[in-house]
Design a protein around this ligand. Sequence first.
Ligand code: MN
Length: 139
Amino acid sequence: MSDPAITVLLVEDNPENREIYATFLRHHGYEVLEVEDGREALRVAEEAAPDLILLDISLPGLDGWGVAERLKDGGSTREIPVIALTAHALPEDYDRAQELGCDAYLPKPVRPRRVAEEVRRIVDPDPEPDPSPGGTAPA
Ligand code: MN
């Protein structure tokens, strides 16, 4: 189990995806803050100072790219790790995520288990190796 004090801000406009990821992350011991649009994401990121942000790129209004840009520009949110999630991922999306300072990038559809692994990799960089298939154990 992960440290229950670790807070993940989940930014996802699709209610089903949000529910699935939130449920899975909570099951793994994370505290999860859920928001469904980019403006709200910026507000909560500043107010709640989460340990990590899981950021859907395709959002109504201010999209995930705009959110990432502002997060990494802004003083207090600058150091918060960001995992970008994109459907219909293109190779240039990966480059763009890197340029904007995102710490990881996951193409959708992505299994909740994979999301949780990536979260753990970032917030707990020195865990016990995960020996399961697709786990974090070195080959
Ligand atoms: Mn979306």
